[in-house]
Ligand binder design. Structure first.
Ligand code: HEC
Length: 242
C-alpha cells in the first residue's frame, strides 16, 4: 500500500464521521432562533416557541450542571419508535409511580435546548428522565424534600442528597416558611429547622419548570390541533410558587 493511499484512507476515516456527526448537525442547529406561533397557520398557542427561562430558572440550571445531575438524569424524550413510550413518564421507577397517570407530551426537538450554553441531554439514565419532572413533583416543598433526603421516598434511592445546599439552624422567632419537613435520621432536632439556600431554591425553580409541553409550531412541523382535542396551552413561564 502506498503512503498516499494510507494517508488518504486515514483522512477519509476521520473526516466522514466528523462531517456526519459534527458538521451536519452543527450547521443545522447552530442558527436556530425562537419561532413565533402563527395564528393564521393554525397555531392555537400565542407567543414564542420555546418558552424562555426566568433568571432564577437559568441560575438553577447552572446548579443542575454544577451538581452533576446530568451524570444520571437525561432530558430527552425519544421518538415513539425508539422506545419513547416510557420517556415521558418512566414507569416502574418505584411502585408509587405506577399509580400516577402518565403525562403525554411530544418528543424532544432541538429547539428545546435553545439558548442553553450546554444541552442537558444527560449522560446516562441511572435515574428517571427529568424532561417532564415538573409534572411529577408539582410543589416546591416536594422537590426540596427530595433534594435534601432522596431516601425518604425510596430507601434504595441512589440519588445523591444535596444537603450541602441546605442549612440546619436554631429556630429564632417565627419558623421559616421555607423550612422543609423530613423524617427519619435527617429530621431536624427539637427547636431546629432545615432551610434551603438560594442555590437550592433556584435549582427547584428550574426543576418545577421542566415541562416539555409547549406544542411545536405548525411551521416547524407541529401537528394541527384537532377541534376535538385542542392543543395544551403553553406552560406558565414562571414556576408556581408555593
Ligand atoms: C448517582 C446518580 C444520580 C445523580 C448524580 C442524581 N440522581 Fe436524581 N435520581 C437517581 C435515581 C437512581 C433516582 C430514582 C430513585 C428516586 O426516585 O429516588 C433519582 C430520582 C430523582 C428524582 C425523582 C424523579 C421522579 O420522576 O421520580 C429527581 C427529581 C431527581 N432525582 C433529581 C436530581 C437532581 C436535581 C440531581 C442533581 C442535584 C440528581 N437527581 C442527581 C440518581 C441520581
Amino acid at each position: 500500500m502506498s503512503l498516499k493511499s494510507l494517508l488518504f484512507g486515514l483522512l477519509a476515516t476521520f473526516a466522514a464521521p466528523w462531517l456526519v456527526l459534527v458538521v451536519r448537525p452543527y450547521s443545522g442547529m447552530a442558527h436556530l432562533a425562537p419561532v413565533a406561533y402563527d395564528e393564521e397557520a393554525g397555531d392555537e398557542t400565542k407567543g414564542f416557541f420555546p418558552p424562555t427561562r426566568s433568571a432564577d430558572q437559568a441560575r438553577g440550571q447552572l446548579i443542575y450542571f454544577q451538581q452533576g445531575c446530568v451524570q444520571c438524569h437525561t432530558q430527552v424524550i425519544r421518538p415513539q419508535y425508539l422506545g419513547g413510550d416510557g420517556d415521558e413518564f418512566k414507569r416502574n421507577w418505584g411502585e408509587a409511580q405506577d399509580a400516577l397517570a402518565p403525562k403525554r407530551t411530544r418528543q424532544t426537538a432541538p429547539y428545546d435546548y435553545l439558548g442553553d450554553s450546554f444541552a442537558a441531554i444527560g449522560e446516562r439514565r441511572n435515574g428517571p428522565d427529568l424532561a417532564n419532572a415538573g409534572f411529577r413533583f408539582s410543589t416546591r416543598q416536594a422537590f426540596l424534600e427530595h433534594l435534601y433526603n432522596p431516601q425518604a421516598r425510596y430507601d434504595w434511592s441512589s440519588c445523591p442528597s444535596q444537603r450541602h445546599l441546605f442549612s440546619k439552624r436554631t429556630i429564632q422567632g417565627q419558623p421559616s416558611n421555607l423550612a422543609i419537613k423530613t423524617t427519619g435520621k435527617h429530621a431536624p432536632n427539637e427547636g431546629e429547622e432545615i432551610v434551603p439556600s438560594t442555590e437550592a431554591l433556584d435549582l427547584v425553580d428550574y426543576l418545577l419548570a421542566l415541562k416539555r409541553n409547549a406544542p411545536l409550531p405548525i411551521s416547524l412541523g407541529g401537528a394541527k390541533p384537532t377541534p376535538a382535542a385542542p392543543a395544551a396551552p403553553a406552560p406558565a413561564l414562571a414556576a408556581p410558587v408555593k
